[in-house]
Design a protein around this ligand. Structure first.
Ligand SMILES: O=C[C@H](O)COP(=O)(O)O
Length: 337
């Protein structure tokens, strides 16, 4: 079994100075491909949809409880910019936001002056400015990789891209899987690919983006989740944000339950990252309550849960400002980059 590498030691090694809180969670080492287990997974779509339909309608937490949950959500955001027109300047502004996600006086009033986002997530060419802008903090830099978002470039180039991004200082690598392996039932190829990506990451943690909106069925989502975990994924992530359907609650329930099964059978906790289209504070609260109910409080820490989001922070900031001052500010005052 692989030695227990904490999130802190991994990121500190890669960054030189990133120091995350010690959590002591052993890293998922993966296991042999167990096709009987993966192919035995089913997804009862109507039961899943019924369960999910009850979630947003419930009475939400209010007042200081809501503020506390929203602060928790901030610590779990991979604050993201993934645009063709990204510049070092935009990334520096985003990193400033990651370091101080909410106005200082609001954070003071809430008693959390030092809160930061969970990470900053960028394309490869933006790693260097992000690492420089986050120097001296414990905020990791995540890089999307392997021909993101389609993942259709030559395999050796996808592996090389990971290695380049780790060399450039990325602490976390968000890879995209080959959807065609899932759609054609080539599970061995999916496992081998994921295993190679994990090996290329070295000490950097790897998030496996399934692009669930392109996998055809919830059963495929369950199987792909399990196979990526068997191949050593540290996190499984729903989407690139570029598919026509990105994070949804039904897909989340399926992936979360695969994570639960994997933990029950292997003892390893794999993280979860819903991504794409999550832009409202109230939606973030629904996701957090789903995680709490299905996986428990341990998974509500940033080493096991992240939101992949480019605009969620702005809405959370507005809600927190309202909580403290009683007034809503205009959305344009919460630009991200
Ligand atoms: O991984 C993160 C996603 O690309 C962000 O998607 P979003 O811009 O819809 O929040």
């Amino acid at each position: 079994m692989e030695s227990h590498i904490s999130a802190q030691s991994t990121r500190a090694n890669a960054a030189g100075d990133a120091q995350l809180p010690q959590v002591g969670e052993p890293r998922n080492p993966g296991m042999e491909l167990d096709l009987d287990w993966a192919l035995g997974l089913q997804a009862n779509t109507s039961a899943i949809e019924r369960r999910c339909a009850t979630l947003p309608g419930r009475r939400s937490v209010k007042k200081e409880y809501q503020a506390a949950w929203l602060l928790k959500a901030i610590t779990c955001i991979d604050l993201t910019t993934l645009s063709g027109d990204d510049t070092a300047g935009r990334v520096r502004r985003l990193c400033a936001k990651a370091r101080q996600p909410v106005r200082a006086d609001i954070l003071q009033a809430l008693g959390t002056p030092d809160i930061t986002t969970g990470a900053v997530c960028v394309y490869h060419d933006m790693i260097a400015p992000a690492v420089a802008a986050l120097k001296g903090t414990s905020i990791p830099v995540a890089a999307v990789s392997t021909g993101f978002p389609a993942g259709l470039s030559p395999f050796h180039l996808r592996v090389a891209e990971i290695e380049e991004s780790v060399k450039a200082g990325a602490h976390e690598i968000d890879i995209v899987i080959s959807r065609r392996h899932v759609l054609s039932g080539n599970w061995q190829a999916l496992y081998d690919e994921m295993k190679a990506f994990r090996a290329a990451c070295g000490d950097a943690h790897v998030k496996a983006i399934l692009a669930t909106g392109e996998l055809g069925s919830l059963r495929n989502v369950a199987r792909a989740s399990m196979i990526c975990m068997m191949a050593g994924a540290d996190f499984i992530k729903t989407s690139t944000g570029k598919e026509s359907v990105n994070a949804t609650l039904p897909v989340s329930l399926v992936m979360i339950r695969a994570i639960r099964d994997y933990h029950e059978r292997t003892g390893y906790r794999v993280g979860y990252k819903p991504a794409g289209g999550i832009s409202k504070a109230k939606d973030a609260l629904v996701y957090l309550s789903l995680i709490k109910e299905e996986l428990g409080d341990r998974w509500l820490q940033p080493d096991l849960f992240r939101f992949g989001a480019s605009s969620l922070l702005g809405d959370i900031e507005r809600q927190l400002e309202h909580h403290v001052t009683g007034a809503y500010s205009a959305g344009y005052r919460h630009a991200m980059g």
